[in-house]
Design a protein around this ligand. Structure first.
Ligand code: HPA
Length: 266
């Protein structure tokens, strides 16, 4: 378990209310943070480490677009072998230090012919197809619920705000359903066909465990997929991790601008 008191001490009096989890190739925001305090995950007792190429293992706390934010540069995937409860523990540690709102970004494959690589999809709902659940391990702790209502997991009001900001800025912002697979292999063509029939617009290997834990402990969620490719069978060439990294850097420019404009409000 994460030593939450020690984590709070390491923040040295900083008190961000918004956390941003940066997915593959989306680290630009962390680089733009002013007056940064950097905490390596391994300095916090019990904090897991990220093992994925393109992901660092640290958080950067400071000002971005006039708001104090905590940016997680490096997230945890179930395919790395982390227990799902470990991800819930990370989110609960954010709640413990005062986080009220979580902005999650990820790289995902499109299942929808109208949503193209290089574009952004704001997640309006999800399908948990990972076969795992981050609330299992620690959900007997009294301060958290067990039977969590998911009807507004991706906060409606925040999404409405983002739609307005995107249209003011002229940024194309899709909205759709994210389906989580466990990974780490990319999907088969048959799976992609099935996911489309199930009603999903994008597929990826993260985000759902964090969202479940955030909703459980009362953190509001906004989540965005930067679309890096069409699902297997929807595009001609095979998928590579390098492709997901390079295309996501295009989408991340717009996503960074969007988050910047959102934080600049009120
Ligand atoms: N499938 C699953 N995860 C992904 C994909 C995909 O096509 N692209 C980026 N992450």
């Amino acid at each position: 378990m994460i030593n939450k008191k020690q984590f709070k001490n390491l923040l040295s009096g900083r008190s961000p209310k918004i956390a941003i989890i940066l997915g593959s190739g989306l680290s630009e925001i962390a680089n733009a943070i002013e007056n940064p305090l950097i905490i390596d995950y391994h300095h916090i007792e019990g904090f897991p480490k990220s093992t994925v190429k393109g992901h660092k293992s640290r958080m950067v706390i400071g000002n971005f677009s006039n708001k104090e934010v905590l940016c997680m540069q490096g997230r945890f995937h179930l395919y790395e072998g982390h227990h799902p409860g470990v991800i819930a523990d990370v989110i609960r540690s954010l709640r413990y230090v005062g986080i009220e709102e979580l902005i999650i970004t990820n790289a995902a494959g499109s299942l929808n012919p109208d949503i193209h690589p290089g574009e952004i999809m704001m997640i309006k709902d999800h399908i948990n197809f990972s076969g795992q659940n981050s609330l299992i391990a620690f959900s007997d702790q009294e301060e958290f619920q067990r039977f969590v209502d998911m009807s507004n997991a991706y906060d409606k009001d925040l999404r409405a705000e983002l739609r307005d900001i995107a249209s003011e800025m002229g940024v194309l912002l899709h909205e759709g359903v994210y389906l989580m697979v466990l990974g780490p292999n990319f999907d088969t063509a048959a799976e992609v066909k099935a996911f489309r029939i199930m009603g999903a617009d994008a597929v990826g290997m993260s985000t759902v465990p964090e969202v479940l834990a955030a909703v459980d402990c009362g953190i509001k969620v906004l989540a965005f997929s930067s679309i890096t490719n069409f699902g297997t069978g929807m595009q001609e060439h095979p998928l590579t991790h390098d492709e997901t990294l390079s295309v996501s850097s295009q989408a991340s420019k717009n996503l960074t601008r969007l988050i910047q404009a959102y934080l600049a409000k009120d």
